[in-house]
Ligand binder design. Structure first.
Ligand code: BGC
Length: 746
C-alpha cells in the first residue's frame, strides 16, 4: 500500500506544480482518507510539541512511538535538520500510509538572522522590506527542516500594556492588512511547493489584541462593527493572499472561546471568506474552553472540532476524546474527515507527498543560514524601522569626534538586541551597541562606557522581566556614580535604556509602561549634568515618555532591531543612514489615557482642543487628550514641506519637497472621514500611503485615487456598505498634521 501511495505522489507531482488544489489532488487526498482508520485520522489532527527549542531538548522516544503508531500529524519546536529528518523518515518509512509530518516553528521575525520585531518592521511602512525579511526567514527555516511557520501575527492592538503588541503591526487595519499580505507572500513565495517556501499561519483568530486591561490571556468583549472594520481585515487580507493556515486565539470573545467559536471559524472564516486551509488551535487552548467556562472539558474538544478547527496543538484531546464524542453522537465522522482532509491537503500543498525530505538537506543548513548576505539585509531593514521621536537642535546625527559617553544597561547587552520570539537566534554572535560603535568610530572619537544601572532596582522584577536573557546586575548606587563620572568627561551622552528584550512578547504585559525606575532616575541625573543627551530607546511597545520628551535633547526609538541591531543603530546615530520610520501605534501621554488610538469615534461633547480643561467636554482635568506621539509620526534628519493638496475628480495630489540637506524617505499618508453615515465613522482612517525617497532640493508629486472601496465600511452584519455624501480627505506626514479637502460623492 505504501508503495502505491508513493507512486501516486509522484504522479501528482508531475502533473501539478502549483499550490492550490486541483480535482486530481483532491482525489488523491480523498483516496488516502478512504484508506485510513478512524484512529489514524485522529492522529493527523494531533500536534504535540516535539521539543524545547530553547534548550534544544527533543522529546525523543515519546515522539518516535507517536509517529510510528500514526498518532501525530506533525510536531513543532524541534531545532535541527538531522533530528527533523530522522523523524520524517520514521513517519514515511514506519508510520501508517507513509504520511509525512508538518514541522512547525515560530519564525516570527527571522530564523537565525533576526530582523526587527514585527511592530518595528511595521514602522518602516515598507511592505517590500517585510516581504524580503519573510523570504529570508523562509529560506533559513526551510534549510533547517521547518515547513510550517506560526507567523504572521496580525492582531490589531490599541493597548500598549499588552506585551504582544510587539509581535504585530500596530493599531491600524489598513497598514496591518498590507503587512499581513507581505508576510504571507514572503513566507509562501509564488509556489508553496518550492523547497524554500514555508506554509504561513496567520494568528491569532481573533481579537486577541483587545484583551481587557492589556493583560495577556484575558477576555474580549467587542461590537461587531469594531470586529469587522478594525480587527478582522488583516485576517481577511491574509486569506485573500492565499495563506495556508490559521491559528485560533486564547481569548473569549463575547463569552465564547475563539478556538471553539462556530460563528468565527465555520461562519466568517470558512463560509464568508471561503478559507479551505488548515486551522490549528493555539497552544493547549482546547482545555481552556473549559477553564474559561464555556463547556466541560470532555465536550471542549468536540465543540472545537465542530466549530471548524482541524488540529489540536498540544492538549491531545482530539486524539483522546473524539472517538468517545463520536460514539455519543455529538460529532459526526464527516467532521473528522473534513478536518483530516484539511491537514492532508496542507501537506500536499507543501509538496510533502511528492518529496517528504524536501526540507531535509544538510548542505542547505550549512549554506543558507545566518549568511553575510542575509545579515546585511537585516541591518539595512533595521535602519528603516527606527523612529526619531525628537531631535532638538539637530543633535543627531553625531559626528565621529570628541568624547562620547555611552551609558545604560542595554549598551553592552548583545543578548538583548533581538526582542521577543527570537529563540533560534545566536545571542553569542550578536554585537552589542558598544562593540558596533567602537568599531565604527575607530580612532576618530572616544567612547566612554558605563553600564549606569540595572533594568529595575528590584532584583526579582528584573529576573522576571529579563527571562532567559539576563543582564548581570550591579549595585545601582555605585553604577549611577560611575555613570556620572563618565558623563562628566564627555561632550555628549548617549543613553541606551528602556525595556530589556523579554519585557514584551507573550505573557509580558505591563501596568506601568514608563522607563523602569533606576533607569529613569539615572536619566534625570544625566540630564542634570547639562550635557547634550540622546536617548536610544529599546522597547517592544509604545512607552509613556512624558518626562523624557520634555527633558532629553533627542530620542531615537530603536525597538529591538534584531541580530544586526548594534551596527544598524550605529549607522543611524552617525548619519550613514537617515531615519524614516513612523509610528504604527500611538504613544500615550499617560497610562490613564489608554486606550488612545487615532481612528476613534467623535465623542458627544467634543474637546475644543484649546489646550485647557473644558468642563462638560470629553477631556481630562489633568492632561490633554492628545497623545504624546501620534500614529504615523516620525522625524528625519532632513525636513519635508507639503504643498497645498488639490482634489480633481477623484484624484488627490500633493507636492512634497525635501528642504533639508540630506536625502531622506518620507511616508505620505492619506486619511478619510465619512461625515454622515448609517453608523458613526471614525474621525480619520488611514486609507493609503506612499513611501518616497527625495533628494535635497527635490520636489515630488504624490497622487492618490479615491475609490469607493476606501470610502465604504462594514456594517454590524459584516456587509460592506457605502454611504454617499460628504467626506473629508486628509493628507500629511502623520495622523495629526493633516490638510483637509472636502469630497462629495453622490
Ligand atoms: C502562542 C503562539 C505560538 C504558540 C506555539 C503560543 O503560546 O500564543 O503565538 O505560535 O505558542 O509556540
Amino acid at each position: 500500500m505504501k508503495r502505491l501511495a508513493q507512486l501516486l505522489y509522484l504522479g501528482a507531482s508531475i502533473i501539478f506544480a502549483g499550490c492550490s488544489s486541483t480535482s486530481t489532488e483532491e482525489q488523491f487526498v480523498d483516496d488516502l482518507l478512504a484508506e485510513m482508520s478512524l484512529e489514524e485520522k485522529l492522529g493527523q489532527l494531533n500536534l504535540p510539541v516535539g521539543g524545547d527549542i530553547v534548550s534544544g531538548a527533543v522529546k525523543g522516544s515519546e515522539l518516535d512511538s507517536l509517529i510510528v503508531s500514526g498518532k501525530i500529524g506533525g510536531f513543532f519546536n524541534v531545532k535541527g535538520v538531522e533530528e527533523i529528518s530522522r523523524l520524517q523518515h520514521l513517519a514515511v518509512e514506519r508510520g501508517p500510509h507513509a504520511i509525512p509530518l508538518l514541522v512547525g516553528a515560530d519564525v516570527v521575525h527571522g530564523y537565525e538572522t533576526i530582523f526587527p520585531i514585527p511592530l518595528a518592521l511595521s514602522c518602516s511602512w515598507d511592505s517590500t522590506a517585510v516581504e524580503r525579511m519573510a523570504k529570508i526567514s523562509a529560506i533559513e527555516a526551510t534549510a533547517d527542516g521547518v515547513n510550517w511557520n506560526y507567523s504572521p501575527m496580525v492582531d490589531i492592538c490599541r493597548d500598549p500594556r499588552w506585551g504582544r503588541i510587539a509581535e504585530g503591526s500596530g493599531e491600524d487595519p489598513y497598514l496591518g492588512s498590507i503587512m499581513a499580505r507581505a508576510y504571507v507572500r514572503g513566507y509562501q513565495g509564488d509556489d508553496m511547493k518550492s523547497d524554500s517556501s514555508l506554509m504561513a499561519c496567520v494568528k491569532h483568530f481573533a481579537f486577541y489584541g483587545a484583551v481587557e486591561g492589556g493583560r495577556d490571556y484575558n477576555s474580549v468583549d467587542m461590537s461587531r462593527e469594531n470586529m469587522f472594520n478594525y480587527y478582522l481585515p488583516p485576517f481577511k487580507a491574509s486569506v485573500e493572499q492565499g495563506v495556508g493556515s490559521l491559528m485560533t486565539s486564547f481569548n473569549l470573545v463575547n463569552g465564547q472561546h475563539s478556538t471553539s467559536s462556530d460563528w468565527l471559524i465555520n461562519g466568517i472564516l470558512r463560509h464568508d471568506w471561503g478559507f479551505d486551509g488548515l486551522v490549528v488551535t493555539d497552544y493547549n487552548s482546547i482545555p481552556e474552553v473549559a477553564t474559561m467556562g464555556c463547556t466541560t472539558e470532555s465536550d471542549a474538544a468536540a465543540m472545537t472540532l465542530k466549530a471548524g478547527t482541524d488540529m489540536d496543538m498540544v492538549s491531545g484531546l482530539f486524539l483522546n476524546t473524539l472517538c468517545d464524542a463520536l460514539e455519543r453522537g455529538i460529532i459526526t465522522e464527516k467532521m473528522i474527515d473534513d478536518a483530516c482532509r484539511r491537514v492532508l491537503r496542507a501537506k500536499q500543498r507543501l509538496g510533502l507527498f511528492e518529496n517528504p525530505y524536501k526540507y531535509c538537506n544538510p548542505q542547505r543548513t550549512k549554506d543558507d543560514i545566518f549568511t553575510t548576505e542575509h545579515r546585511n539585509v537585516a541591518r539595512e531593514i533595521a535602519t528603516e524601522t527606527f523612529v526619531l521621536l525628537k531631535n532638538q537642535g539637530s543633535i543627531l546625527p553625531l559626528k565621529k569626534k570628541g568624547k562620547i559617553a555611552l551609558i545604560g544597561p542595554l549598551a553592552d547587552a548583545g543578548n538583548n538586541m533581538c526582542g521577543c520570539w527570537s529563540m533560534l537566534c545566536r545571542d553569542d554572535l550578536h554585537k552589542s551597541l558598544l562593540t558596533s560603535m567602537k568599531e565604527a568610530i575607530g580612532d576618530s572619537a572616544e567612547i566612554l562606557y558605563a553600564k549606569g544601572c540595572n533594568i529595575y532596582y528590584d532584583e526579582t522584577t528584573q529576573l522576571m522581566a529579563a527571562g532567559l536573557r539576563q543582564i548581570p546586575r550591579g549595585d545601582d548606587r555605585q553604577l549611577h556614580r560611575e555613570a556620572l563620572s563618565v558623563a562628566s568627561k564627555a561632550d555628549v551622552i548617549i543613553a541606551a535604556m528602556g525595556e530589556c528584550a523579554d519585557m514584551s512578547g507573550e505573557s509580558a504585559s505591563r501596568a506601568d509602561i514608563t522607563i523602569p525606575d533606576t533607569q529613569r532616575e539615572l536619566l534625570k541625573q544625566l540630564v542634570a549634568t547639562g550635557k547634550p543627551i540622546i536617548l536610544l530607546l529599546f522597547t517592544g511597545r509604545p512607552l509613556v515618555l512624558d518626562w523624557e520628551s520634555e527633558n532629553i535633547n533627542a530620542i531615537l526609538n530603536v525597538w529591538f532591531g534584531g541580530s544586526e541591531a548594534g551596527d544598524a543603530i550605529t549607522d543611524v546615530v552617525f548619519g550613514e543612514k537617515v531615519p524614516s520610520g513612523k509610528l504604527t501605534a500611538t504613544f500615550p501621554r499617560a497610562i490613564g489615557q489608554i486606550p488612545v488610538y487615532y481612528n476613534h469615534l467623535m465623542p458627544s461633547h467634543p474637546d475644543p482642543q484649546d489646550g485647557v480643561f473644558n468642563r462638560y467636554c470629553s477631556n481630562y482635568i489633568d492632561i490633554s487628550n492628545e497623545p504624546l506621539y501620534p500614529f504615523g509620526y516620525g522625524l528625519s534628519y532632513t525636513s519635508f514641506d507639503y504643498g497645498t493638496a488639490t482634489l480633481e475628480n477623484n484624484k488627490l495630489s500633493v507636492e512634497i519637497s525635501n528642504t533639508g540637506k540630506v536625502e531622506g524617505a518620507e511616508i505620505v499618508q492619506l486619511y478619510i472621514r465619512d461625515k454622515v453615515a448609517r453608523i458613526a465613522r471614525p474621525v480619520k482612517e488611514l486609507k493609503a500611503f506612499e513611501r518616497i525617497a527625495i533628494k535635497p532640493g527635490e520636489t515630488q508629486r504624490v497622487t492618490f485615487t479615491i475609490t469607493p472601496d476606501i470610502l465604504g465600511y462594514y456594517d454590524s452584519n459584516g456587509k460592506f456598505v457605502f454611504d454617499p455624501g460628504e467626506f473629508e480627505i486628509m493628507v500629511g506626514p502623520d495622523s495629526r498634521s493633516l490638510q483637509i479637502v472636502t469630497y462629495n460623492v453622490n
